[in-house]
Design a protein around this ligand. Structure first.
Ligand code: DMJ
Length: 618
């Protein structure tokens, strides 16, 4: 356009110019025109660029529209930036090409190989880094992973009913909260507890093995796929080491042992490794809380004098022993064996273990002893460590039976109405209160009775039966026939909650767990009846449109729902109910030990004899 204008203007020049002047003018104009064309050839050779200069390129336009501001000035600015970048890239490529041409062929080859290795390494770092380091393990399914239908028609029908309950709980979670940690069954949406930081899918991982033992294989596959694609521990968040261990590590380990799927072994080990920094304390007693990204730990702010909690640091043993076995890394086992060493060096008041221990000083905090909350599963894991080691862990055995003796002497009492209970001990004084959590002790004592020293087997079975009866009474004495969180034996009451904040029921498993153990060891039909009573109460008062919910007051005739379907309801409560109505060869105790979240872990056999070898027909 500009050139044409001057050409036209030139024709209309005044005639007063002399020939030399006209010639000079012509020269100036020709030089200017040459310069304009020349400028085009100095620009880099890019079809995109040229189209951007002469036309408004569609590619450039798309980028501009995608931006936050569609103002044309900004579009021009963006074009200039793109041009500048293209120029820079071209220059860089030229320099690199020059350098490369100066290299010998073997150097060029080496450069290519280095680049390849780098890409491979980066790819593995995104999730497969550890995979190559895992030892190859020949998977052998332990006996009794699946069961068969009971021959008794009523038992069979009841067992089917439990499966239907599991299906309802699982389908509701799938429908309203898939991928969240838990389900809110009343508001029909996901629920996330900060116990798991930003790790997701607690219900999926907790439910995996229940789906497997109930032979809900399609759902198991769906859950497996979720774990493969979505379960991620690379989170910058603080988690409860105990909760993540018992639910996630325990759930993944069980899923591996039941199904043989490698993904579960890998994920369990990855997570286990993430938990290891929790043990970086002067004593090796782990922190309660850990940031999975930074590896920085701390204790609950409410715990006496910055202490770690007995039931938390004492409930890692089973999972960590299996992690060492499956990974070939002894660090896991060493960490939990060190906890024992620290405890062995300490004086125990009357042979009891206080709930609080300072991880820096290695000294007890407040002298509060409980077989319920804060203490419970520590005792359970002493016994189960011995059983899971195929009865080779003699130290675990001794620690358990000694602790049980101290509990019997100092905490176990009988009410005037004849109910045996396990009280709590605070600085030498007994609090005549028992928690729903404490009710697991009936099952634990029954499980250990067989190995009890000094002919105490019968005595311990009686104790277990009495605790089961007391816990059943705590249910029977409520309006809803569901057990309160805590119940007392003082002020003229027995097995009844007297404080408002102890009257709730959150779908906990401990009472049903004890019925299941008692059934296995005695085959007394009352345990199945008591379990069935609980099923009816759960159906009547906890089943809501969107799943199962806890209730706020078991003494009120119109239940107020808490709107949480706890992941342990699927992991424990429903699994123990299902096993209560199953034959004994389903997850038999000679081959399996349940972690505290009811995740079955196989006994680590001393040696595989012919009779121990798994049933090939399974
Ligand atoms: C579960 O997570 C485990 O059983 C734990 O040991 C105690 N609390 C809940 C269930 O009540």
């Amino acid at each position: 356009m500009t050139t044409l204008y001057y050409v036209i203007s030139f024709r209309s020049l005044p005639t007063s110019f002399r020939l030399t002047e006209k010639f000079i003018l012509l020269l100036v104009f020709s030089a200017f025109i040459t310069l304009c064309f020349g400028a085009i050839f100095f620009l880099p050779d890019s079809s995109k660029l040229l189209s951007g200069v002469f036309f408004h390129s569609s590619a450039v336009e798309t980028n501009t529209r995608k931006g936050t501001d569609s103002d044309s000035n900004i579009a021009v600015g963006t074009d200039e930036k793109i041009l500048a970048k293209i120029r820079k890239d071209h220059e860089k490529a030229l320099v690199e090409a020059k350098d490369t041409l100066q290299k010998r062929p073997d150097e060029i080859k080496q450069d290519i190989q280095n680049e390849k290795d780098k890409v491979l390494k980066e790819g593995l770092g995104k999730g497969g880094k550890d995979d190559d380091n895992l030892p190859v393990i020949e998977y052998v399914r332990p006996p009794g992973a699946t069961g068969h239908e009971p021959s008794n028609p009523e038992t069979k029908e009841r067992r089917e009913k439990i499966k239907e309950m599991m299906k309802f709980a699982w389908d509701s979670y799938k429908r309203y909260a898939w991928g969240s940690n838990e389900l809110r069954p009343v508001s029909m949406q996901g629920h996330s507890s900060n116990l798991f930081g930003s790790i997701k899918g607690a219900t999926i991982v907790d439910a995996l093995d229940t789906l497997y033992v109930m032979q809900m294989y399609e759902d198991f596959e769906m859950a497996t796929e979720w774990v493969e694609k979505n379960l991620d521990f690379n989170v910058n968040a603080e988690v409860s080491v105990f909760e993540v261990n018992i639910r996630f590590v325990g759930g993944l380990l069980s899923a591996y042992y039941l199904s043989g799927k490698e993904v579960f072994r890998k994920k369990a080990i990855q997570l286990g490794e993430k938990l290891l920094p929790a043990f970086k304390t002067p004593t090796g007693i782990p922190w309660a809380l850990l940031n999975l990204k930074s590896g920085i730990g701390r204790n609950w702010p409410w715990a006496s004098g910055g202490s770690s909690i007995l039931a938390e640091y004492g409930t890692l043993h089973l999972e960590f022993m299996h992690l060492s076995k499956l990974s070939g890394n002894p660090a896991f086992a060493e960490k939990v064996m060190n906890i024992r060493k620290v405890l062995n060096r300490l004086d125990k008041p009357q042979g009891l273990y206080p709930n609080y221990l300072n991880p820096n000083s290695g000294q007890w905090g407040q002298h509060h002893v409980s077989v319920g909350g804060l203490g419970d599963s520590f005792y359970e894991y002493l016994l189960k460590a011995w059983l899971m080691s195929d009865k080779t862990d003699e130290e675990g055995k001794k620690l358990y039976y000694d602790a049980l003796q101290a509990i019997e002497t100092s905490l176990m009492r009988k009410s005037s109405g004849g109910l045996t209970y396990i009280a709590e001990w605070k600085g030498g004084l007994l609090e005549h209160k028992m928690g729903h959590l404490t009710c697991f002790a009936g099952g634990m004592i029954a499980l250990g009775a067989d190995g009890a020293p000094e002919d105490k087997t019968g005595h311990q079975m009686e104790q277990a039966a009495e605790i089961a009866r007391t816990c059943h009474e705590s249910y029977a004495r409520t309006t809803l026939k569901l057990g309160p969180e805590g119940f007392r034996f003082d002020g003229g009451v027995e097995a009844i909650a007297t404080r408002q904040n102890e009257k709730y029921f959150i779908l906990r498993p401990e009472v049903i767990e004890t019925y299941m153990y008692m059934w296995r060891f005695t085959h007394d039909p009352k345990y199945r009846e008591w379990g069935w009573e609980a099923v009816q109460a759960l159906e009547k008062h906890c089943r809501v449109e969107g799943g199962y919910s806890g209730v706020r007051d078991v003494y009120s005739s119109s239940p107020n729902h808490d709107d949480v379907q706890q992941s342990f309801y699927l992991a424990e409560t429903l699994k123990y109910l299902f096993l209560l109505f199953s034959d004994d060869d389903h997850l038999p105790f000679e081959h399996w030990v349940f972690n505290t979240e009811a995740h079955p872990l196989p006994v680590i056999k001393k040696e595989m004899t012919d009779t121990d070898k798994p049933n090939q027909l399974e």
